[in-house]
Write a protein that binds this ligand. Structure first.
Ligand SMILES: Cc1ncc(COP(=O)(O)O)c(C=O)c1O
Length: 424
């Protein structure tokens, strides 16, 4: 009888549903999870520091969410139309998100950013989109462009990162270094009349914005008649209830959400000023700037029930103080363990997010993060995985959740210290 691991390696490329890049001997199949722990089909327990890539900020099998989903599933799972709970979630997004006068739902972050970019092109009538090197905006063509360039070309030339993307995309994507307002301004000035917008993860992967950077992007885009798009798929409902807009105090023209909003269920949402979002009104079909948007499962009532329950959890007093304190606790612990061993590394992150980068230099963008020893980052992640910490060994961020606490972070730090010793 082949094992679950062997069966998954036989049907999934690399034995995963994407991005995990585990060596075959570490491939596993998950049986279930509760809080911040999960179990594989061989009965091994893992501390979860991925939390469904951040989608399960509420914690696995959180009772309020599971109950709401169960109740809704018995009343119908999809009508591809507005339901009462989807309406309430949309009203709450409009209330908390300064950028969003109008909202639409889709089923993933990939779709949400794609619609934002499409709206920006339609609204401005311009063909170019600027993104920052190393940023991920989902699996759409622009989202993966210059995501992991091995030999980064000179700015603003993009690197495809993924095959299978139409060559023309490269003609229209401009790539800039994150946190470098001057370089970004030069690129924008060189393409002023053709630039539709700038899309940015306000917290770029795990690298916080330098003071004034997001404000600078706001001014640049406004001055050039281009739109500013915040990809809040990670930061939304995580850095603050009002996301990066509230946390960093900058309001974009369009905003994309996903992940935490769904309480662990499939969701994407995007919103913006009414005059931009109304380009999607179907009574405008046939107009040159009409934007098509339709998502069969977008805003389905089961995801909406999960989202409503998750928002209820997030809105409780103390949620964000707790998440930020926990993130600080983990980052401080990581620095302490590294310092005790005199290991040169940077610990980056904000809110309930952390990442260790083996670089001697402060991390401010993709290139400074790569200057160190990315191979060591991967060895660390695989070492943690072997010690039963479930995470993405591509060396990306560690996600905390409301189910984590200081004791779990201490357990993690203990394993982290052992792996560092093994790595030497
Ligand atoms: C910043 C950012 N945007 C968009 C996405 C895409 O979201 P999804 O995987 O739901 O399509 C991700 C996913 O990791 C992300 O981190």
């Amino acid at each position: 009888m082949p094992s679950m691991r062997e069966r998954s390696l036989a049907v999934f490329p690399a034995g995963s549903n994407g991005e995990f890049n585990l060596p075959p001997e570490l491939a596993m199949v998950i049986a279930g999870g509760e809080g911040c722990r999960l179990t594989d089909t061989d009965g091994n327990e893992y501390l979860d520091f991925s939390m469904g890539w951040g989608s399960v900020l509420v914690g696995h099998a959180r009772a309020e969410v599971a109950d709401a989903v169960r109740r809704q599933a018995a009343r119908g799972s999809n009508f591809a139309y507005i339901t009462e709970n989807a309406l309430r979630v949309a009203e709450e997004i409009v209330r908390l998100s300064p950028a969003a006068d109008r909202v639409r739902f889709c089923a993933s972050g990939t779709e949400a950013t794609m619609y934002c970019m499409r709206l920006a092109h339609a609204y401005t009538g311009r063909p170019r989109m600027l993104k920052f090197e190393g940023a991920y905006h989902g699996a759409n063509a622009v989202g993966v462009t210059s995501l992991f360039p091995e030999r980064p070309p000179d700015y603003p030339r993009p690197d495809p990162t993924s095959a299978g993307i139409a060559h023309e995309v490269a003609d229209w994507v401009l790539v800039a270094p994150y946190n470098d307002l001057e370089a970004t301004a030069r690129i924008v000035a060189g393409h002023a009349r053709t630039l539709a917008g700038i899309i940015v993860e306000p917290l770029h992967r795990c690298t916080p914005p330098a003071p004034g950077f997001l404000e600078g992007l706001r001014d640049l885009t406004r001055d050039q008649g281009a739109l500013l798009i915040f990809d809040e798929v990670v930061t939304g409902f995580r850095l603050a209830y009002g996301g990066a807009q509230e946390y960093y105090g900058v309001v974009p023209d369009l905003v994309a959400y996903g992940k935490a909003l769904g309480g662990g269920y499939p969701i994407g949402a995007f919103g913006g000023r009414a005059d931009i979002m109304d380009l999607m009104r179907e009574d405008r079909m046939g107009a040159d700037d009409y934007v098509w948007a339709a998502s069969t499962l977008g805003g389905n009532p089961v995801s909406a029930a999960a989202a409503e329950a998750a928002l209820g959890v997030f809105a409780k007093a103390g949620t964000y103080d707790r998440l930020r304190a926990l993130g600080e606790y983990l980052r401080t612990g990581l620095r302490r363990v590294l310092g005790e061993r005199r290991i040169t590394a940077q610990v980056i992150g904000d809110g309930p997010l952390a990442q260790v980068v083996f670089s001697p230099d402060a991390v401010r963008d993709y290139r400074s993060a790569r200057r160190g020893d990315p191979g060591k980052g991967r060895r660390l992640m695989l070492g943690l995985f072997k010690r039963r910490v479930f995470l993405n060994p591509m060396g990306t961020k560690l996600y905390l959740s409301l189910a984590h606490d200081e004791a779990v972070c201490d357990e993690f730090l203990d394993r982290f210290a052992h792996v560092l010793t093994e790595l030497g």
